[in-house]
Design a protein around this ligand. Structure first.
Ligand SMILES: [Zn+2]
Length: 110
């Protein structure tokens, strides 16, 4: 289940919410650390399954591939069980980029 920050804050008990507020007033060190750890945990979970075929990835296999996507700050990680899955993923991205380019060429958008 996905919840947004406003819903997460509303579901917190009063004591935790006050502690959260105090941390933010002191520069948010604990909050920043908690967000960083949560991102790392989610990145590890995302690397457990192939982004294309969803098969479980053996972390010790030399046939795994992981790429980083997107601009700094919004970077995402995608892992693949084999080279052909990564090639399929990249070809899909190229196809989408070409379609967007053709669409913008037709409309004259930049
Ligand atoms: Zn795969």
């Amino acid at each position: 289940m996905k919840i947004n920050l406003k819903d997460a804050l509303a579901s917190m008990d009063y004591h935790d919410l006050v502690q959260f507020h105090e941390d933010l007033q002191k520069g948010g060190h604990s909050t920043r650390q908690m967000v960083k750890e949560t991102i790392l945990t989610k990145e590890k979970q995302m690397g457990k399954f192939c982004h294309v075929c969803q098969s479980e990835i053996d972390p010790h296999s030399v046939h795994n591939y992981t790429i980083l996507l997107g601009p700094e700050g919004l970077r995402r990680k995608a892992s693949f069980c084999a080279l052909d899955c990564m090639e399929y993923f990249i070809s899909t991205i190229k196809k989408r980029a070409n379609e967007l380019k053709m669409k913008s060429d037709k409309t004259g958008d930049i």
